[in-house]
Design a protein. Structure first.
Length: 429
C-alpha cells in the first residue's frame, strides 16, 4: 500500500486538510512532518467546523492514527488546548503519537519571535510570532529542546541553561526585555510530562513497520511550496521544508515508501504575510474572492491577500515536488465572475518568463501575462460529478490542468467534507 504526500502548491491555505479528509476512510496513518502551530487546516464535517493548528487533520477520521513527526516544532500549551477542545466535542484523540525527536517551543523563543519582528519594521517577514523560526534556529544551532528531553529533568535543565546564555543576552541587551530563568522555563514544561509520556515514541520506526505491513500512510505538509525555506520566496518563507523533500527528513521514513505526491492548489491563489505576489488583486475582484472564499487565516484570523491563479507557480511547484496528482479546491468561489484571468507567464522589464525567474528581484518585479477564460453564473456548490459542472467550469479546470504540469485528480466544489469531485483515485489507479 502507498505512502502519499500531500503538499501545498502555493503560499498555504490551499485546503490540504480537505484532501486528507477525502482519503480518511482509506488510510491508516496521517503524519504532520513540518511546521508548527503557525498554520492551520479547516475541516467541515456535516454542520461541524474544526479548525486545527498543530494536529494532523487525520485526527478527525475514526480508525486513523495521527502522528506529529520529528520535523515539527511543538507548542505544548497549544497541543493540549487543541486536544482538550476536540475531546469536548466528542473526538477520540487517544491514538495521537508524537516523535521523541520533535522539538519543543519554549517561552523565550515566542518572546524573541515577537520582539524581533517588531524591530524589523518595514523589513518584517510577517511571522505569526509563535516562536517557530527561533525554535528551528535552535535546532540547527544544536541548542534546541526535544520531546525526549522532557523525561529527564536533569538533561532538560542543562539544555535550558545552555540556551539561555545567548537568549537572555539578546533579550536584555539588544531588545531591552526581561531575562528568563532556568526554573521559569522548566516549570512551564515539566507539568506536561505525565500526559505526554504515553504519546511520545519512535514514530519513524512505527511508520516503517506500518508501511512494511501494508498500511497506507498520508504525509501532510504544513505551509506550502512557495513558503519552503529552500524553494520558496526567500526570505518571506517559513522555517521548515514544506515540499516533498521534507517528507523523509521530517518523518524518518525513506523516500522509497513515497508512492504518490499530491499537490493542492486553489482555483485562484492567496497569501498571508509579506512578500512578492505577482497576481495580487487590490480591487473589488480581490475583495470578492476574499469574501466568497472566506479568506481569513485559520490560525491568525488575518485577511489573506488574494489573486488570480498563477500557472507559473503551479508549474514550478509540480517540478520541485514531482507531483503525480493535483487537487483543485474552491472552484465554487469563482462562480458569478464574467471572465476569469489566469496568469500564464510573467513580464519582467519587457522579457517574458514562462517559468519561475531564478532571481528573487526579477520575481518581485514580475507582471502577470494573463489569458482570460469565460466564467459561469451557476452555483456549483456540492456538485459530485464533473459532467454536471457548467461547460465553462469544466473548460477552466482542463485549461488549468494543462498549464499546471500534472493531472487534476479531484476538484473541490464547496466547504463541506463531501463537496468534492474525484476524477482519479489519489491512492493510485
Amino acid at each position: 500500500m502507498p505512502g502519499v504526500a500531500i503538499i501545498g502548491t502555493q503560499w498555504g491555505d490551499e485546503g490540504k486538510g480537505k484532501a486528507t479528509d477525502l482519503l480518511g476512510n482509506r488510510i491508516d496513518y496521517v503524519v504532520k512532518f513540518n511546521g508548527g502551530n503557525n498554520a492551520g487546516h479547516t475541516v467541515v464535517i456535516g454542520d461541524e467546523k474544526y479548525a486545527l493548528h498543530l494536529l494532523p487533520s487525520g485526527i478527525l477520521s475514526p480508525g486513523v492514527t495521527p502522528i506529529i513527526g520529528n520535523g515539527v516544532v511543538v507548542d505544548l500549551n497549544v497541543l493540549f488546548e487543541e486536544l482538550e477542545h476536540l475531546e469536548e466535542r466528542g473526538i477520540d484523540v487517544s491514538k495521537l503519537r508524537i516523535s521523541g525527536n520533535a522539538h519543543v517551543i519554549p517561552e523565550y523563543n515566542r518572546a524573541l519571535d515577537q520582539v524581533t519582528e517588531r524591530f524589523l519594521g518595514k523589513r518584517r517577514i510577517g511571522t505569526t510570532g509563535r516562536g517557530i523560526g527561533p525554535t528551528y534556529s535552535d535546532k540547527m544551532s544544536r541548542v534546541g529542546i526535544r520531546m525526549q528531553d522532557l523525561f529527564d529533568e536533569g538533561i532538560l535543565r542543562q539544555k535550558i541553561e545552555g540556551a539561555l546564555v545567548q537568549k537572555n543576552e539578546m533579550l536584555v541587551k539588544a531588545y531591552n526585555r526581561r531575562a528568563f530563568s532556568v526554573d521559569e522555563i522548566a516549570d512551564s514544561l515539566l507539568p506536561f510530562v505525565d500526559r505526554l509520556r504515553p504519546m511520545v515514541g519512535d514514530t519513524a520506526l512505527e511508520l516503517h513497520q506500518a508501511l512494511d505491513a501494508g498500511k497506507t500512510v498520508v504525509f501532510e505538509a504544513g505551509q506550502a511550496t512557495m513558503l519552503d525555506i529552500d524553494h520558496g520566496t526567500y526570505p518571506y518563507v517559513t522555517s521548515s521544508s514544506a515540499t516533498a523533500g521534507g517528507v523523509a527528513t521530517g518523518s524518518g521514513v525513506s523516500t522509497r515508501h513515497i508512492d504518490r505526491l499530491v499537490g493542492i492548489q486553489k482555483a485562484y491563489i492567496t497569501r498571508v504575510g509579506s512578500g512578492p505576489f505577482p497576481t495580487e488583486l487590490d480591487d473589488e475582484f480581490g475583495e470578492k474572492l476574499r469574501e466568497r472564499g472566506g479568506e481569513f487565516g485559520t490560525t491568525t484570523g488575518r485577511p489573506r491577500r488574494t489573486g488570480w491563479f498563477d500557472s507559473v507557480i503551479a508549474r514550478y511547484a509540480s517540478r520541485i515536488n514531482g507531483f503525480t496528482d493535483l487537487v483543485m479546491t474552491k472552484l465554487d468561489v469563482l462562480s458569478t465572475f464574467e471572465t476569469i484571468p489566469v496568469c500564464v507567464a510573467y513580464d519582467v522589464d519587457g522579457q517574458r518568463f514562462d517559468e519561475m525567474p531564478m532571481s528573487q528581484s526579477d520575481f518581485h518585479h514580475a507582471k502577470p501575462i494573463y489569458e482570460e477564460f469565460p466564467g459561469w453564473q451557476e452555483d456549483i456548490s456540492g456538485i459530485r460529478e464533473f459532467s454536471d459542472l457548467p461547460k465553462n467550469a469544466q473548460d477552466y479546470v482542463k485549461a488549468v490542468e494543462e498549464l499546471s504540469g500534472a493531472r487534476i485528480s479531484a476538484v473541490g466544489t464547496g466547504p463541506a467534507r463531501d463537496h468534492i469531485i474525484e476524477l482519479h483515485n489519489l491512492l493510485g489507479d
